[in-house]
Design a protein around this ligand. Sequence first.
Ligand code: HEM
Length: 628
Amino acid sequence: MASHIAFFHASPFSIPTQQQQRIFYPKHSRLIINGLKPTPTTSSSFFPCSTATTKRRFFSQVISCSYSNGTEPGSAAEEEDGVKSAERLREEKRRAELSARIASGEFTVQQQLGLPSILKKSLLTVGLPKEVVEFLFGWGEGRGGYPKIPEAKGSISAIRSEAFFIPLYELYLTYGGIFRLTFGPKSFLIVSDPSIAKHILRDNSKAYSKGILAEILDFVMGKGLIPADGEIWRVRRRVIVPAFHQKYVTAMIGLFGQATDRLCKKLDTAASDGKDVEMESLFSRLTLDIIGKAVFNYDFDSLTNDTGIIEAVYTVLREAEDRSVSPIPVWEIPIWKDISPRQRKVASALKLINDVLNDLISICKKMVDEEELQFHEEYMNEKDPSILHFLLASGDDVTSKQLRDDLMTMLIAGHETSAAVLTWTFYLLSTEPRVMSKLQEEVDSIIGDRLPTIEDMKKLKYATRVINESLRLYPQPPVLIRRSLEDDVLGEYPIKRDEDIFISIWNLHRSPKQWDDADKFEPERWALDGPNPNETNQNFRYLPFGGGQRKCVGDLFATYETVVALAMLVRRFNFRIADGAPPVEMTTGATIHTTQGLNMTVTRRTKPLVVPSLQASSALEVEPSVSP
Ligand code: HEM
């Protein structure tokens, strides 16, 4: 999703070796960073799967996960593997060269040894107390006695197309919880420290805006809730949050079940035909169908249809993602919009979506006008429980443009994120059959073959922990973006206004300082009877939905949506990575995507019979699920 948007594709950094884990500060004194273990990932497996291949790739910083896919020796698949290994070797060589360049200090900003530093050193050598020297010379380093933020510098030519948050993780292990990353004229602060994240997101949030993100997303979201700042954001947030009331979320559970049931039918056909399925795109369609209905009562029915509107939504979504990772904003060149076929396609896609949204707004306005309306806190129209209906019924005095921006924002925010969560959850489950069995056991005993209800949400404890843990390992988005609106102090470092900041949720969620076996998929790390993990009870080391005043408004919606889909799918089917499927590798978009899809073989389960204890929610006239 958009706030969820990553900004540039890759960093020119590769993994520092143990000897390379040094900051090159004053020219002649190389320091080992205090408190940092040698790259933990070099000795243990960083990845959910830890084959030799994975480790080799890890060293070459290509993130992938291998699995046994049943390839026969000498087969075409093996030949293909041969080509891939040659590519991999070339990649490793290139990366080894980059590592050597990092080791040489090429990317590390050298601090000049000026007169104050030489004087300071001399005074310390003659025995003056450190405190006195620090007091006298504080002005010489950073500002007001503050130390200077560790700084790493990169060459723009080395930017590559891999997931950029991976090199940021390696740099975090080297440079610590806050460092400056400079690419030519661009400079970013990378934050991976929970207390600094808490300061920016919660304690001093008024001093930060969405910065670059708002600029990039303007073409699609305008002043929608994610990019908006200041007074517009305050007013819109106050209006939109009440729309996600308990009764609405309860009704949505019926919708999640119905939509997942459509997916089950599709998978059932694939299982009968013995055809493998690409789950990432199916999850994307599932969550598009859900969000269309939930936000503006529009049935994309993308699981069965391929209409122009669906293509338009994807064109706009992909453009938002591409803009978010493009180093040069060519789309800002006025003439480019008219001559570039791609930009023309984007413009007509946007027009189509805007027209549909405007039509939906007028239909809904008419409906609300004709309704005998008695608006109250948990107001919901049974026929059309959408957010749009709630907003119009609430008498929200807003321009159609702002309403359209908000709907578009929620469409994007609530679509790709949930799809990505499901994709990586199923990937993780394919690597841990133990977790899958435990999950199926719970689902069998609690919902059987009926549609889940709100009561089940409290009972599906292990399923919820699986989602919590998947969000830890694959946070969507992996990075949050902010810009400082005034001077501030982050940790021990002063910063100026107009600093662009990336808070790396990926780093926080995988930090060896914060987690035991940080790279392990272990839903058990969250106690079943404990509170649902969130940023508050985890003191900002866990931020799946952000934190502070800009926290996700759809967190409960999304948790229930993914739990319902997960439970219904694993109840009916077994999933495994398809034989001969390409490796599951990550790439950066607005959320974390796979490079070549998640290709799975789906088989029907023979399940224990369960006598349903509860009937499905009737709020949305849910049709009973057909048991395969
Ligand atoms: C698993 C799915 C989801 C994840 C992981 C997720 C994650 C997040 C995160 C991390 C933020 C904070 C962004 C920041 O601070 O810059 C956010 C904000 C937001 N999310 Fe979600 N989200 C999900 C689903 C949804 C859904 C379903 C909706 C709406 C139906 C939604 C609507 C929003 C909105 C409107 C904001 C902006 C809030 C504000 O700035 O006031 N999200 N989301």
